[in-house]
Design a protein around this ligand. Structure first.
Ligand code: NAP
Length: 265
């Protein structure tokens, strides 16, 4: 007797599902957006200030689709501002004529210096928490109300393996991501009965702007040496996991934090 769901071989895993990826003008968010598009999803590419780079990501996706209707649209929105997070969902629904199925919150900021708690400026703490924690909260709040219920609904939030590593000189960033992990686990329970899952993907060091800013060559070398694979992670090491969680195959994974770090915490 068949125990798996019927599969339509002609359709892609995310065929015609609508996905918002915050912070997809660059880095990990960009790789996730392009990967979800390759699985058939229609994409909202979001950025804070780099319009040109966001436009290039959308162009890359749209150049691959044969149909006349675009598969990617670009929306500027600061995720720490409630009205702008609402606009992301409004635009997705308006452009693609459908409720949103998948939200991936990749947008975040990090410190460019690595102070101890004693030496951390209160303004830097507030700035990081405003985007990483408040921004994630606003995305979760809007997603919980507006993502399509009844199957295929996914909320995927980017955390960091640093929450497991608990290194000195990283308290502000790491604790903002610890809040993201806690929020995700509670959200998954609050979404009981909706068919929507909520999970965290927590990368280790990944070669993006965020990783390199403020790190000396010597420090980068030490991070590479500490990785069992002897290299930094790349954005393409993270995107497939997000694609899996977003697909129907990932539906039984819920309320989890999945570290994707090549064995480097
Ligand atoms: N790279 C790593 O080593 C690493 C490790 C663990 C976890 N992570 C997590 O992975 C995620 C992606 O990191 P990344 O390395 O790809 O970062 P990144 O290269 O610095 O890119 C950050 C992205 O977030 C956007 N952004 C920043 N503030 C925003 C705001 N207020 N509203 C909307 N968008 C905003 C940026 O838009 P603009 O281009 O317009 O500025 C950009 O698209 C983050 O959640 C990060 O904490 C990264």
């Amino acid at each position: 007797m068949a125990t798996t769901d019927p599969v339509n071989p002609s359709s892609l895993p995310l065929q015609d599902r609508v996905a918002i990826v915050t912070g997809s003008s660059r880095g990990i968010g960009k790789a996730i957006a392009i990967h979800l598009a390759s699985l058939g999803a229609k994409l909202v590419i979001n950025y804070a200030s780099n319009k040109d780079q966001a436009d290039l990501v959308a162009e890359e996706i749209n150049s691959c689709c044969s149909e006349n209707t675009p598969h990617a649209t670009v929306v500027q929105a600061d995720i720490s501002v409630p009205a702008q997070v609402k606009l992301l969902f409004d635009e997705a629904e308006r452009v693609f004529g459908s409720q949103v199925h998948v939200l991936v919150n990749s947008a975040a900021i990090a410190n460019t210096k690595y102070p101890t708690i004693a030496n951390t400026l209160v303004e830097d703490f507030d700035r990081l928490f405003s985007v990483n924690c408040r921004g994630t909260f606003l995305c979760c709040k809007e997603a919980a109300k507006r993502i399509k219920q009844g199957g295929g609904g996914r909320i995927i939030l980017l955390s960091s393996s640093s929450v497991g590593a608990l290194r000195p000189n990283s308290a502000t960033y790491t604790s903002s991501k610890a809040a993201v992990e806690t929020m995700t686990k509670i959200l998954a329970k609050e979404l009981k009965g909706t068919g929507i899952t909520a999970n965290c993907v927590a990368p280790g060091p990944i070669a993006t702007d965020m990783f390199f800013v403020g790190r000396s060559e010597e420090l980068v070398k030490r991070v590479i040496e500490a990785c069992p694979h002897g290299r930094l992670g790349e954005t393409k090491d993270v995107a497939p996991l997000v694609g899996f969680l977003a697909s129907d195959a990932g539906k039984w994974i819920n309320g989890q934090v999945i570290r994707v770090n090549g064995g480097h915490d």
